[in-house]
Design a protein around this ligand. Structure first.
Ligand code: GDP
Ligand code: MG
Length: 598
């Protein structure tokens, strides 16, 4: 009977379609958060999330709702991140729910992320309740949005709820519809404990706090639990719900969504997607869908000021407590000194880590261009893992180089199949299959080198499909391709941090692009700088930076002291991000030049 009054749901939406605003209105209308506490966008609580307007970390909130049928209901609203780098986390948090609100902006209609996240929700068998938001806008066209939901997603939208997160219009009806449309959980209270970990967070005082969905059984403080995929055992110290601040409870039972602590020291011991059971009376099978996601993108991180090495190490260790996907190990570069080679899920994850290191730990960093890892099969038959392009041995020392390949599944309305195939072909993709899912949607499958996917594939895909395509990919293994390492020399000195790996057919063009980009990015010095691109001993591109003559401010005579001060200030700030490589001052941008090539 208890479970009949529970509703667990997520909100899926394209960025900016109003997910956070609607969540705020729901909290407000149910008096979950006292008016004066209600800061806008309760669910996005990391400063970085607020700045970027994206949800990075998951959060859930318990909401009590007194419905028109006279009964009291408990809603668990589970927030999800909205970026392809985090699609595994999204799918796990959806797995904690029975339903999802599909929020579509009435003036924009269905867009890329709407599709991607809705497909995940459909995969998890959730009941999907379409919600048309922003109906207060003069440009709102709810009928069109409904038509797109029906045609592009194959869902019935005739009953869609029309709301305005801004004015609150329609939100009372939405609350009723959550009660009537989202199914109640149906766990077995008598069965052994089976709970899904859908998020984990490190807290200085309590250790790791796990966000959990109890599928079967119950859990209370003092219970001994086992994490099924890692076989680690712990004693539960606290359970509760978040509303959104933690509220302790005596127990969590089947159907509940809440948190659990057990003196767990690191989020790495308890991964998202894993199953918690009772150590004494374990369940037979873990929940499906668990995956350990390896880092896919690697980059070197170096403090601008070498004396900050230990600070950087400490900061990375701190971040890792809360970020199971972040990997790092010490690395030395002849150009940049002592630093760390770091592994990330993708470019957004890399940006997030970099920004946190700079903002929360006040570090100035030089980062080297991100790349995937490679396998070099050496002449003696051994495999060398290369996660730093400069470590690739010279041609002749290895038999072949292999790069990671992914199986990319692209779902797209059939009008856009042509542009998608063209793009995949251009990115060295190998066509596999194409399936019509229904009248409108096609699932196109390619095998593509990961290196082609991680940089701007997603942006290219969006622009060639007006944003309608969704992308999902998984690593399928390493394959030999014709790759070469291109070294960059400044005044004849090879700069390890600038080396990159390219397919041989593009090598000449990319080396030329690299040298001309560096010519633009490296400021003039008081001596000539010779830039060369080389494969082994063979120089394949070159450029020269002429020496400067005067101080940059000397050209601004008297006049505007303000402008002069600004210029000096700008120079000073720019300097912070310069690194002396040999005698040449190289700015941060130059190390990222690889990203600007195509
Ligand atoms: P999210 O990225 O899906 O979480 O979207 P947000 O909730 O952050 O909303 C994105 C922008 O749309 C913000 O500037 C909101 O103020 C605005 N917005 C959200 N809902 C409405 C609405 O119903 N009407 C109007 N006019 N603006 C809205
Ligand atoms: Mg948001």
């Amino acid at each position: 009977d208890y479970q009949k009054h529970i509703r667990n749901f997520s909100i899926v939406a394209h960025i900016d379609h109003g997910k956070s605003t609607i969540a705020d209105r729901i909290l407000e209308l149910t008096d979950t958060v006292a008016q004066r506490q209600l800061k806008s966008q309760m669910l996005d609580d990391m400063p970085l999330e607020r700045q970027r307007g994206i949800t990075i970390k998951l959060n859930s909130v318990e909401v009590k709702y007194h419905a028109k049928d006279g009964e009291d209901y408990i809603f668990h609203l589970i927030d999800t991140p909205g970026h392809v780098d985090f699609s595994y986390e999204v799918s796990r948090s959806l797995a904690a729910c029975e339903g999802a609100l599909l929020v579509v902006d009435a003036s924009q209609g269905v867009q890329a992320q709407t599709l991607a996240n809705t497909y995940l929700a459909i995969d998890d068998d959730l009941e999907i309740l379409p919600v048309i938001n922003k109906i207060d806008l003069p440009s709102a066209d709810p009928e069109n949005a409904k038509m797109e939901i029906e045609e592009m997603l194959g869902l019935d939208a005739s009953d869609a709820v029309e709301v305005s997160g801004k004015t609150g219009l329609g939100i009372p009806e939405l609350l009723e519809r959550i009660v009537t449309d989202v199914p109640a959980p149906q766990g077995d209270l008598e069965a052994p404990l089976k709970a899904l970990i859908f998020d984990s967070k490190y807290d200085d005082y309590r250790g790791v706090v796990l966000a959990v969905r109890i599928e079967d059984g119950m859990v209370k403080p003092g219970d001994e639990i086992e994490i099924m995929n890692t076989h680690k055992k712990y004693e539960v110290t606290e359970v509760g719900v978040s509303n959104p601040h933690p509220v302790k409870k005596d127990m969590l039972v089947a159907g509940d969504v809440g948190y659990l602590t057990a003196n767990i020291k690191s989020v790495r011991e308890t991964r998202v997607g894993d199953t918690i059971t009772s150590a004494q009376n374990p369940t037979e099978e873990a929940l499906p869908g668990y995956r350990q996601i390896p880092p896919m993108v690697f980059s070197g991180m170096y403090p601008v000021d070498n004396s900050k090495y230990d600070d950087l190490k400490e900061a990375l260790e701190k971040l890792q407590l809360n970020d199971a996907a972040l990997e790092f190990e010490p690395e030395t570069s002849t150009a940049l000194g002592f630093g760390f080679r770091c592994g990330f899920l993708g470019l957004l994850h890399m940006d997030v880590v970099q920004e946190r290191l700079e903002q929360e730990f006040d570090l100035d960093l030089i980062m080297t261009a991100p790349s995937t890892d490679y396998h070099a099969i050496m002449n003696d038959g051994t495999t060398k893992v290369i996660d730093n392009p400069s470590d690739l041995p010279d041609v002749g020392e290895y038999k072949e180089v292999q790069e990671p390949y992914v199986k990319a599944e692209i779902m797209v309305p059939n009008d856009f199949v042509g542009p998608v195939m063209e793009l995949c072909q251009r990115k060295r993709g190998e066509f596999q299959t194409m399936d019509y899912l229904d009248k409108y949607r096609v699932n196109v499958i390619y095998h593509i080198p990961l290196a082609e996917i991680i940089f701007d594939f997603f942006d290219d895909l969006k622009s060639s499909t007006k944003g309608y395509a969704s992308l999902d990919y998984e690593i399928i293994g390493y394959r030999a391709t014709d790759l070469v390492k291109i070294d960059v020399l400044l005044n004849k000195e090879p700069i390890d941090a600038l080396s990159f790996i390219s397919h041989r057919s593009d090598a000449q063009a990319r080396a030329r692009q690299m040298t001309s980009l560096l010519k633009k990015l490296i400021p003039r010095q008081n001596f000539e700088v010779d830039i060369q691109g080389a494969i082994g001993a063979k120089i394949i591109s070159r450029a020269t930076i002429k020496p400067y003559r005067k101080d940059v401010t000397a050209r601004i005579h008297t006049g505007d002291p303000d402008r002069r001060a600004k210029l000096l200030d700008k120079q000073k700030r720019g300097k912070k991000r310069m690194k002396a490589v040999g005698k040449v001052e190289v700015p941060q941008d130059a190390f990222m030049a690889v990203l600007k090539m195509n």
